[in-house]
Write a protein of this length. Structure first.
Length: 582
């Protein structure tokens, strides 16, 4: 093996890792909402959590990614530590799928069917289909499928390149002596752990081991301890990810480590006893691709079967090693660890935006209440709500900008755009709530009282504003385009009310029914309420656009108002309801 073989080996490894990363990322995007559904079905049941971890890892082809995701869920209090333990166990089994896919490279024989199963026979066709989908289709979903195929082809090409590069090693005695050293189980475990910790992927390190096994110099006696060590090394990613998180999130990462360490100790002990007592001839045989995949699967399944009944003890161990303190920890509002799975991150951002919407809506309704009957407690709550929406706008906006840098599907991209627009509107609604409160306080301090006709008009405007806020809030949190359609006709009625109320107030000023000072407050009130309705219209328009995956808000609203029987019917209904005093 010369320097050119070493360079070929490095190139093959790089292609292998790149293909795995490419395929995993595209699979995540393609799975999208399916990942949400799988994780949403989580219960405290052991089997449900186990199957969820297995399924998610089989989809995204990385137990490290699943475990980092779990750490993010626990940190955000979306998942309990008990649920996390079962998911982590399932992830360890799910990661064995990759080794079985890679074992296809070991297929040999002159039979036509066997030749077709060999990756070198079908990956060029997959690559061709993949590049056509990526370059010549407009659908993001089809492009993702193309990237999956290209990633798989690249991964398998890298695997074959590594195998060819190391084929000459079988002639080198020193290489064979190295693997004779690995027959010391402890040394084998250490090598497997260190290699996996460096490349941070047990699937990739198993693939490297399979490529080396093609030389015939790797016996099962050397390979099995290395496989055990690989499961310990893969815990490094989750441990690094848990730095700076809540105690429960750190416990989840610790459970991942302790599960693999305890499983390795038990299995290594059993392996050593069997080796010393029976010295099976199999341990001296050369390992094959399929043999390594089998050993990898059996080890992870055995560890899970051993420790699944003792998941409660693992939880207690985590609490013992990371004890609780008197200080109450606050969960992260949005966890950057979830950005690796955009569909889940988007769902978390949406949930927090719904919380923001509730805060803003409550602030507005309380400010309207304060106009009728001032309440100091409500006044404080309104100002606190305004501060909270300011904070949430910054948090959610920053998070969505980071998320937008990821490659999102059409649905996820439309939802992210909707949320970015909506948070600004909800924040402005809370600002107008404070403005309305200040008008109420000014009236109270200065003893300003509206005339009976003015009071009837402002009550009607308050009722219309409250209804439009509740309509837009309901449409947003339920993602209900039908309810969103009700907002625009009411917003147009409120626009008309504003102009009409302003004209009627000028008439009252002329005849001396209202004073100048009351006029300033009146003008502020109707302006703030009309602007609230504008923001509600924006929110409803975003909901409708997101449903159609079209972000042309003004065009959508223009289309809704033109030649639309439903719009005209609702406009007439709201006019009768709120302009009856005309």
């Amino acid at each position: 093996m010369d320097i050119f073989d070493v360079l070929t080996l490095i190139g093959g490894l790089c292609l292998f890792l790149f293909g795995m990363n490419l395929m995993g990322g595209a699979l995540e995007r393609s799975a999208g909402s399916k990942l949400e559904i799988m994780i949403g079905k989580l219960t405290s049941g052991k089997l449900a959590g186990l199957l969820t971890g297995l399924g998610v890892t089989a989809v995204i082809q990385s137990s490290s990614a699943t475990t980092v995701m779990v750490v993010g869920f626990v940190n955000s209090k979306l998942m309990t530590l008990k649920q996390a333990i079962h998911v982590i166990m399932g992830a360890n089994i799910g990661t064995t799928v990759t080794a079985w896919i890679l074992s296809l490279s070991g297929i040999s024989g002159s039979n036509m069917f066997l030749k077709l199963l060999k990756p070198s026979s079908f990956t060029p066709i997959l690559a061709l289909i993949g590049i056509i989908l990526v370059m010549f289709t407009k659908s993001n979903k089809k492009k993702d499928i193309g990237v999956v195929l290209l990633g798989f082809a690249t991964l398998m090409f890298g695997m074959e390149t590594m195998t060819d590069a190391v084929s000459g090693l079988k002639e080198i005695p020193a290489f064979q002596e190295i693997f004779l050293m690995f027959k010391n189980p402890i040394l084998g475990v250490l090598v497997g752990a260190v290699l996996t910790a460096i490349i941070q992927s047990s699937s990739a390190s198993v693939g490297i081991l399979q490529a080396l096994a093609a030389t015939g110099a790797v016996s099962y006696g050397a390979a099995i301890p290395i496989i055990m060590g690989q499961n310990i090394g893969t815990c490094v990613t989750a441990m690094i990810s848990s730095v700076g998180t809540t105690k429960n999130a750190r416990r989840a990462a610790l459970v991942h480590l302790s599960f693999n360490v305890i499983g390795t100790i038990v299995c290594l002990t059993g392996f050593s006893v069997v080796k010393a007592a029976f010295a099976p001839a199999l341990l001296n045989d050369s390992a094959t691709y399929a043999g390594i995949a089998t050993a990898h699967s059996v080890f992870n399944i055995v560890c899970t079967l051993l420790l699944l009944p003792m998941s409660g003890l693992l939880e207690k161990l985590a609490y013992k090693l990371i004890p609780d303190t008197e200080q109450v920890e606050k969960a992260s509002e949005l966890d950057d660890r979830l950005l690796s799975t955009p569909a889940i991150a988007l769902e978390c951002a949406y949930n927090l935006t719904c919380d923001m919407a509730k805060v803003a809506t409550d602030a507005l309704t309380m400010s309207v209440d304060c106009l009728a009957a001032y309440d100091k407690t409500k006044a404080e709550a309104i100002r606190e709500a305004e501060d909270k929406t300011d904070h949430l706008e910054d948090v959610i906006g920053s998070y969505l900008v980071k998320l937008s840098m990821k490659q999102l599907g059409e649905t996820e991209g439309a939802m992210a755009s909707m949320l970015l627009k909506a948070i600004g509107d909800f924040e402005r609604i809370s600002d107008h709530a404070v403005n309305i409160l200040e008008s109420a306080e000014e009236m109270r301090e200065k003893g300003i009282v509206f005339s009976d006709s003015a009071k009837a008009e402002i009550d009607s405007l308050c009722a219309a504003t409250t209804e439009i806020v509740m309509l837009s809030y309901g449409a947003f949190i339920e993602n209900n385009a039908e309810q969103a359609n009700l907002v625009e006709p009411l917003e147009q009625v409120i626009d008309r009310m504003k102009e009409l109320l302003r004209t009627r107030h000028i008439d009252r000023l002329r005849v001396g029914e209202c004073g100048i000072e009351a006029g300033f407050v009146w003008s502020d009130l109707i302006t703030n309420m009309e602007r609230v309705s504008d923001h509600c219209s924006n929110i409803a328009g975003c909901v409708m656009d997101a449903k159609e995956q079209n972000m042309n808000l003004h065009e959508s609203l223009k289309l809704l108002r033109s030649d639309n029987e439903f719009y005209r019917e609702k406009y007439t209904e709201y006019t009768k309801k709120y302009l009856s005093f005309v």
